[in-house]
Design a binder for this molecule. Structure first.
Ligand SMILES: Cc1ncc(COP(=O)(O)O)c(C=O)c1O
Length: 404
């Protein structure tokens, strides 16, 4: 069995990792604190964080707005059971409605759970209004989470044979290929589901034209458009939601990651006409608890402040320009993405080696595929932090490309 290569001790306890289930290869670093774009490990070493909990800490580590909301809500009410209303739950649902144009929200504890909810809601709508239609067309290389139905909906090639048999009913088509979607629509089809930008696949953008044509097609065929905004939502692309770039509105949207600013919070959001669950169809012990939704409100209020999103656009353009220059210098294939969800095409399969070397140099970046790096910093990242990141990455690439 694979084990982490080295085992630093915590408080003198030998092999502190032995009690954790081995689900991935983690570097032998234990993080103990974070602030803004920086984290510190148990030895006091600082790291510049361009992963941010996988695009989760949209306001950076431990921002004042969130720590204050946590402290206030922790002393007021944590969980009054999902069978009762609580005040932050109502406030957050209203904020989402106000900014998305959709009407109804069901809160979840993760992105994958929001996807499960979206699949269930679409199937329920299909049962009620489309003669039991249940198939949801999804995209090759799409990523929707790690519950069984979310994995079945995902188009990650490595998952094809995993945990068989999968949940049926998710025919796959290539991203940005409307003809293939049209061919896949049958009387069994109830919806099309996709990410506005495929993040985990390596930051591949659904074109505005494709999203617009897809919206028109789904309307014509009387099927639903589900947008997975778990990675692209909450300001990540420079707009509140990724779909705004294309000027389309989905019937159902899923949120996660940035919504809780670091705490586990997702949302299934739907147009009034599609919100057709009957009592008992959907629920969960922790869903919509006052503690986490209060934090969600704090996040939404920060993102909605005048100047916040224009600043994301500006910072994203700056990061993109600096990455383009690095790409030209080191012979890469350019930059993909929008706002502060960007990927650098390295032009060769050195992504994991670059990410490992960057970590040794105090920079956290992610290689979602062998030939690319992904950048998902705090939306509040400062220009001089981008400069510091570029400088470490430049030296890292020099080292990795030079040593090949
Ligand atoms: C687009 C997208 N959908 C769904 C998920 C799953 O979210 P979670 O990990 O919170 O279950 C992710 C996570 O990376 C994602 O990027």
């Amino acid at each position: 069995m694979m084990r982490s290569p080295a085992t630093p001790s915590i408080d003198g306890v030998h092999d502190p990792f032995g009690a954790l289930m081995e689900i991935t290869s983690r570097p032998p670093v234990v993080f103990v604190e974070g602030r803004g774009s920086w984290m510190r490990d148990q030895n006091g070493r600082a790291y510049l964080d361009f992963i941010q909990g996988w695009a989760v800490n949209c306001l950076g580590h431990c921002p004042d707005a969130i720590t204050k909301a946590i402290a206030v809500q922790a002393g007021r009410l944590l969980n009054c059971s999902p069978s009762f209303y609580n005040e932050p739950m109502i406030r957050l649902a209203r904020l989402i409605a106000q900014h998305s144009g959709l009407h109804r929200t069901f809160f979840t504890n993760s992105g994958a759970e929001a996807i499960e909810g979206a699949i269930k809601l679409a199937r329920k709508w299909g049962q009620k209004y489309r003669n039991g239609a249940y198939e949801i067309i999804t995209m090759d290389h799409g990523f929707h989470g790690r519950t069984l139905a979310a994995m079945s909906a995902s188009g990650k090639p490595q998952w094809k044979q995993l945990f068989e048999p999968k949940v049926p009913g998710f025919p796959k088509v290539p991203l940005n290929d409307l003809e293939k979607v049209e061919e896949a629509v049958t009387s069994r089809t109830v919806a099309v589901m996709l990410e506005p930008i495929q993040g985990e696949a390596g930051v591949f953008v659904a074109s505005n034209a494709f999203l617009q044509e897809l919206r028109a097609l789904t309307k014509r065929a009387n099927i639903l458009l589900i947008l997975d905004e778990i990675q692209t939502g909450i300001g990540r692309t420079g707009r509140f939601f990724g779909f705004e770039h294309a000027g389309v509105a989905p019937d159902i949207m899923t949120l996660g990651k940035g919504l809780g600013g670091g705490l586990p919070l997702g949302a299934l959001v739907a147009h009034e006409d599609v919100s057709c669950f009957d009592h008992g169809d959907q629920g969960g012990t922790f869903n919509g608890n006052a503690f986490v939704t209060a934090v969600g409100c704090a996040v939404m209020e920060e993102i909605a402040k005048p100047g916040f999103l224009p600043n994301v656009v500006q910072t994203g353009a700056y990061l993109s320009d600096r990455l383009e220059a690095l790409s030209r210098k080191h012979g890469g294939g350019g930059v993909r993405g929008k706002g502060l969800l960007l990927a650098l095409d390295l032009g060769r399969d050195i992504g994991p080696a670059v990410a490992a070397e960057a970590l040794r140099r105090g920079l956290l970046i992610n290689a979602p595929r062998p030939d690319s790096l992904r950048f998902m910093p705090a939306l509040t990242v400062a220009q001089d932090e981008i400069d510091q990141m570029i400088s470490i990455l430049d030296a890292t690439l020099e080292h990795c490309v030079g040593s090949r």
